[in-house]
Design a protein around this ligand. Sequence first.
Ligand code: FMN
Length: 195
Amino acid sequence: MIRVLGIKGSPRVKSNSNLMLDKVVEGIKDTSKEPDIKIISPTKMDISPCQGCYNCEESGECIFNDDMEELYQDFDQADIILISTPVFFNGVSAQLKTMIDRCQAIWSSKYRAKGSIIDRDKKRFGFLLGSGGAPAYEGQFKGIYKVIDMFFKVTNTEWRGELLISNSDEVPIKERSHVLEEAYGIGKELVCDFN
Ligand SMILES: Cc1cc2nc3c(=O)[nH]c(=O)nc-3n(C[C@H](O)[C@H](O)[C@H](O)COP(=O)(O)O)c2cc1C
C-alpha cells in the first residue's frame, strides 16, 4: 500500500494552491494502487514555533508536546509527500514555515543526538504545488523552492517536481482547467513511478 501525506500550506478556505493538491490527490485515487491518504493542514493544528533552544540537539527531544509528534511519524511513514503553499512575501505561508522549522528536531536526531527519527533509507517522493498571486516575476517562487527543498532533504524525500502557477489573483486556479488537468496527471504519474 502506498501512503500519501498531503500538507495543505494555505490558510485560506478557497485556496488556489490547496486546490491543486486536491487535484493531485484525485489523480492518485484514480489509480489501482489503493493508497492510504492523509491530508493535514498546519493552520488547524497545534504547532508551536521553534524557539531555537537546541534542546533537540542535546536530548533528541523537542521541548514542545504538540501535534508535531504525530507529524514526525507521518513524515517517516509517508511514501509520497505533497505540499501546497501560496507565495507570501516571496516565501511559504507562516503556518507551513512553522511546521517546517520544527523539523529541526529531525535534523538534530540525524546529525547530533541519539539516532535518526526518520528512516533515511526509505524511498519517499515529494511534490510541491505553489501559487503566486502576482503576474510572473523573476524569483517569484525561489523562496518557497528553497524552503521546501530543505524540508524534503531533512525528511529524506526525493524531489519529484513542482507545479508553480503565477497570476492566481487575477485568474484563479479553479478557472484554469489545463492546470487542474496537469495536477491530476501528476498524481497518476507519481503513483505509477512509485515501485
Ligand atoms: C500576506 C500575503 C503576501 C503575499 N505575497 C505575495 C508575493 O510575494 N508574491 C506573489 O506573487 N503573491 C503574493 N501574494 C498573493 C498570493 O500568493 C496569492 O493570493 C495566492 O494565490 C494565494 O494562494 P492560496 O489561494 O493558495 O492561498 C500574497 C498574499 C498575501 C495574503
